[in-house]
Write a protein that binds this ligand. Structure first.
Ligand SMILES: Nc1nc2c(ncn2[C@@H]2O[C@H](COP(=O)(O)OP(=O)(O)OP(=O)(O)O)[C@@H](O)[C@H]2O)c(=O)[nH]1
Ligand SMILES: [Mg+2]
Length: 313
């Protein structure tokens, strides 16, 4: 039997043409304001906790890849830091990451929070995206909340991004996700999948561990403090015989006075962060986890380029 390839999307067996739909593969950058729900959406879509989330804005600092594989093909999402207008060094770095991820993608998934009245930042994102060549899908998020008003965002987006597909969703409940996935695969080019089926992120273990710890820390503290915390991993060691992964990590704050807020009364704060992180890390690695976590002060680290170079890249 003679089999000949015909283009990328069909093949011929002798005279009988059998349609064999080619799989889709696309890189999708997730763009939106801080706290719009980008990371929550990524996690719900991929069915895994890939990127940390928190009620406070500016939780995501880097481009985080999450991979979704289905019958139709593979979508490689890039979760990005919230697009925020600010001249501070840390914010400018994060903004650069968001903008450059747009250039790396086949599709843009714009996430907008329908519980907020669209302001200048939303408008700036829409204008930025209007200059891009890729298809744009706008997820109008948080429709599960009573104060959600998708019409306000629709009214603002339609004149600026007339070609964009708009889909109301809830990143928490997954409502609207069937339509969202359909739109994404429809916009995706044909191509072979880049990652194995069971692969869902490419974050290096040390980075992932630091993020998990930071996630528990930022969810534990309030107001300005979430932004003042970064994690560094001093040591990672596997004891194969004992089946233990030893982790020594520091939670860094900006001022001595913030240490107590993280440590909490009688050490309750740091204990809860340690226990939560330890349990979650334990689900990722086939070892018993021993996390030694301490709080340290690193004065004004958010203005130090050397520190930022290690954290946001
Ligand atoms: N009710 C509701 N809450 C949501 C939804 N999506 C996200 N949230 C909440 O909104 C907050 C921010 O969510 P994130 O996913 O961290 O937002 P983000 O856009 O990644 O934020 P940055 O990383 O700071 O840019 C969290 O408290 C989420 O639980 C949603 O669809 N419904
Ligand atoms: Mg995020």
């Amino acid at each position: 039997m003679k089999i000949t390839g015909r283009g990328r999307s069909s093949m011929q067996i002798t005279n009988k043409k059998i349609e064999c739909p080619m799989k889709k593969c696309a890189t999708v950058s997730i763009i939106g304001r801080p706290s719009a729900g980008k990371s929550t959406l990524l996690n719900t879509l991929c069915g895994q906790k890939i990127s940390i989330t928190a009620p406070s804005p500016q939780t995501t600092w880097n481009a985080i890849r999450g991979i979704y594989t289905a019958e139709q093909g593979q979508l490689i999402f890039i979760d990005t830091p919230g697009y925020h207008i600010s001249e501070k060094s840390m914010n400018l770095r994060m903004k650069d990451i968001s903008i450059s991820s747009i250039g790396e993608s086949d599709i843009i998934l714009y996430v907008a929070d329908t519980t907020r009245t669209p302001g200048e930042e939303e408008m700036e994102i829409a204008r930025l995206l209007s200059a891009s060549r890729q298809p744009i899908i706008a997820a109008l998020n948080k429709i599960d909340l009573p104060q959600s008003s998708p019409e306000k965002i629709r009214g603002m987006l339609t004149p600026v991004l007339p070609e964009a597909s708009l889909v109301p969703v809830s990143a928490i409940t997954g409502s609207g996700f069937d339509q969202l996935k359909e739109l994404l695969f429809a916009a995706a080019p044909e191509g072979e999948q880049l990652y194995p089926e069971d692969f869902y992120t490419d974050q290096p273990p040390e980075f992932r561990i630091a993020e998990i710890i930071r996630g528990y820390a930022v969810n534990r503290v309030r107001e300005e403090l979430p932004h003042a915390i970064f994690v560094d991993i001093a040591d990672l060691e596997i004891d194969e015989e004992a089946g233990t992964l030893w982790i020594r990590a520091f939670l860094n704050v900006e001022r001595e006075s913030q240490k107590g807020m993280v440590v909490g009364k009688g050490g309750a704060g740091i204990k809860a962060i340690r226990q939560g992180a330890q349990k979650e890390i334990g689900r990722l690695f086939p070892y018993k986890i021993h996390l030694d976590l301490r709080v340290k002060t690193r004065e004004k680290w958010r203005t130090r380029e050397q520190v930022l170079n290690k954290l946001i890249y």
